[in-house]
Design a protein around this ligand. Structure first.
Ligand SMILES: [Zn+2]
Length: 304
């Protein structure tokens, strides 16, 4: 059977970071292309990396059809869309998946960044067929690929995606933070039954974690947020991102088969990403679970 092919077009979090400090891992924000054999393209997020992917798609002689899955609408996940040239070509067809918000439909969210105040070209100028499909926590099948979604711990509404095709599975969680990130400094309060807030919260957190672990369990490839070193995370609790040690523990607990570190911090140069990769590999070894682990690199391809 042909392998599933993953190509990383943007691996950076928060904001594009061009320059000599990020040459090796790349400065474009989140965009991952996935080709399941015999299917149309799946594109995960539309950060600035989608611009280069678009240029490659323009070289194809056939009309392009692709499914674009948006994790959430922070700029680093949608800012490349206005520069995605295949969307301006008649005959092409794109289906954009994402969560809506109360009183804010998905198509409106996507259109907003192309209003005249922000951008000179409107979404109505895109001549490809553009469809929108709202998703929440659910499971459905597109082009023979099963897609499952899960809300993750990130400010606003953010989704993780699990794709399963002919027994192979890929989980994409670009932005996510440990669920136990709050209440760390809170005083101990007890409820009417004498149970402390922390204990109640711990049991709630454990349920959430267990649910999330079940979502990623046993996947062949996990692409997950590893933006921070643990000491950085202490200063940035509730920003919605993970320190590498959490991601590694998650991968071990869920028995994933391969781990890809993703959403590199804009202030991390190539050496710092190397360092986080080395620490992650070391921790995996220490935990007795020595699976392949790489840091996502712009332009690189992973097959499984
Ligand atoms: Zn992000």
């Amino acid at each position: 059977m042909k392998p599933v092919k993953i190509k990383f077009w943007g691996v950076r979090g928060s904001i594009p970071t061009p320059g000599h400090r990020t040459l090796r891992y790349g400065g474009n924000t989140a965009c991952v292309e996935v080709q399941f054999p015999g299917c149309h393209r799946f594109i995960l997020d539309a950060g600035s990396g989608i611009r280069e992917l678009g240029k490659e798609l323009l070289q194809l002689t056939e009309p392009v059809k692709a499914f674009i899955f948006i994790s959430h609408f922070h700029w680093d996940h949608i800012q490349g869309l206005p520069f995605f040239k295949p969307a301006f070509v008649p005959g092409n067809h794109f289906v954009i998946f994402g969560c809506d918000e109360p009183h804010l439909p998905l198509n409106e969210i996507i259109s907003m960044q192309m209003k005249p105040t922000f951008f000179p070209v409107s979404i109505e100028d895109m001549q490809a067929r553009i469809e929108f499909r709202v998703v929440r926590e659910e499971t459905f099948t597109i082009d023979g690929v099963q897609v499952a979604t899960k809300f993750v711990n990130h400010p606003g509404y953010a989704l993780g995606y699990r794709f399963t095709f002919q027994g192979k599975s890929l989980v994409y969680v670009s932005d996510n933070e440990p669920f136990n990130s709050v209440f760390q400094e809170q005083p101990s309060l007890k409820d009417a039954e004498g149970v402390s807030v922390e204990e109640r919260f711990e049991s709630y957190v454990e349920d959430k974690v267990e649910d999330f672990v079940a979502f990623i369990r046993g996947c062949d490839v996990l692409i997950h947020d590893t933006q921070f070193l643990p000491e950085e995370y202490q200063e940035k609790v509730s920003w919605g991102h993970s320190p590498y040690n959490y991601t590694v523990e998650l991968a071990v607990r869920a028995q994933v088969k391969q781990l890809v570190l993703f959403h590199h911090d804009p202030d991390h140069d190539d050496q710092t990403v190397d360092h986080i990769l080395e620490l992650s590999r070391r921790k995996l070894k220490e935990m007795g679970y020595d699976i392949p682990c790489i840091a996502a690199q712009e332009g690189s391809v992973l097959e499984f």
